[in-house]
Each structure stands twice: as structure tokens, then as C-alpha cells.
Write a protein that binds this ligand. Structure first.
Ligand SMILES: CC(C)(COP(=O)(O)OP(=O)(O)OC[C@H]1O[C@@H](n2cnc3c(N)ncnc32)[C@H](O)[C@@H]1OP(=O)(O)O)[C@@H](O)C(=O)NCCC(=O)NCCS
Length: 153
């Protein structure tokens, strides 16, 4: 498995992963195309034998010292093999290289596997937003403070 920047040619596989990962609030092919071409978003894919098995989308606001994990998903057949953990480690490297001091994210309160993932990787919950998702789920807000040392990607 290796991680690499996603490209427009990956959109069909990214969209398929999104469909397998979420029942609402899915990123559409058109939104992926926009995210892949926007300067302040970073889309990273996990690849295994030329198949995209996972991805994450990071968003960076020009004026903010925070990097937001906008979405992360792993193919059902590739779960529990450390792919999300590897993506989050990579997100931290990207954040420190952007001189971001914090990684932030939102997760549906019922998403137990993702909540466990963020607990295990050092995130702390700092708030919530009720009725945040299309299905009415409450979002839990998480953050991880980062050290400012430069790291090699
Ligand atoms: C959540 C998700 C990204 C995890 O991906 P993954 O590659 O399977 O996760 P990893 O193998 O890297 O697991 C890392 C840790 O996360 C936690 N975790 C992952 N899946 C879990 C599960 N089903 N139950 C409980 N904890 C789980 C564990 O702490 C795990 O550490 P361990 O393997 O040492 O026990 C994946 O289940 C997924 O794509 N879900 C659907 C999309 C989604 O919910 N995205 C998050 C939106 S906020």
C-alpha cells in the first residue's frame, strides 16, 4: 500500500469509495473534481495493486492555522488493516509542512469505528453541532494539537 496525491482520473474510484463509506452527505463526482483542482484542498489516495482502497480530503483556509479533515474513507474489504491510521499520520505531516498547529474534524456521534479511530490517534473532542448531517445526526468536533517541527513527506 502506498499513499499519493489523487488525480482527476481517480474520481470514479473515489466516488465508489464514498458510496461504500457513507449513506448521506456524500461527495459527488463534481465536488471531487472541484476539490482536486482547488488550491486549498488536498486529496490523498491509498493505493494497493493499482486499486484505490482509501482516501482523505483535507481543507486549508488561507488565514487559519488549522487543517481540517473533511472526509476519510476506506473500502470495506480493506478495513482494519491500518489504512486510515496511515492516512491520518500523513495528514499530520501535511499539516506541519503547512505550519498548521491543529488538525480538526467532525464525525457523526453514531460512527463508533471512526470515533474509536480518532480516540486511538490522539484527537480530543471539544464540542458538538446538533443536526449537522443530512440525516440529522449530531457532529462531534475533534481536534489534535500538532508540534511545529518540519517533517519530510
Ligand atoms: C473509520 C474508517 C475510516 C477506519 O478505517 P480503517 O482503515 O479500517 O482503520 P484502521 O485499520 O487504520 O484502524 C485504526 C484504528 O481505528 C479504530 N477502528 C477502526 N475500525 C474500527 C471498528 N470497526 N471498530 C472499532 N474501532 C475501529 C481502531 O482503534 C483501530 O486501531 P486497531 O486496529 O489497533 O484496533 C473506516 O471504517 C471507514 O471508511 N468507515 C466509513 C467511512 C467513515 O466513517 N469515515 C469517517 C468519517 S468521520
Amino acid at each position: 500500500m502506498h499513499l499519493a496525491p489523487a488525480e482527476p482520473s481517480d474520481i470514479p474510484q473515489l466516488t465508489a469509495l464514498e458510496d461504500q463509506s457513507f449513506s448521506s452527505d456524500r461527495i459527488s463526482p463534481r465536488q471531487f473534481r472541484y476539490l482536486l483542482t482547488k488550491a486549498n484542498s488536498i486529496v490523498v489516495k491509498a493505493v494497493d495493486h493499482e486499486t484505490v482502497t482509501g482516501y482523505m480530503v483535507l481543507l486549508k483556509r488561507k488565514t487559519s492555522s488549522k487543517l481540517r479533515l473533511y472526509s476519510i474513507g476506506v473500502a470495506p474489504s480493506s478495513r482494519k488493516k491500518g489504512i486510515a491510521r496511515a492516512l491520518l499520520t500523513y495528514a499530520e505531516k501535511i499539516a506541519t509542512n503547512y505550519h498548521c498547529k491543529q488538525l480538526t474534524l467532525e464525525v457523526c456521534e453514531h460512527n463508533t469505528s471512526a470515533v474509536q479511530l480518532y480516540l486511538d490517534t490522539g484527537f480530543n473532542q471539544y464540542g458538538l453541532k446538533k443536526n449537522y448531517y443530512e440525516d440529522g445526526c449530531t457532529a462531534l468536533l475533534w481536534k489534535k494539537n500538532l508540534s511545529c517541527e518540519d517533517t519530510t513527506l
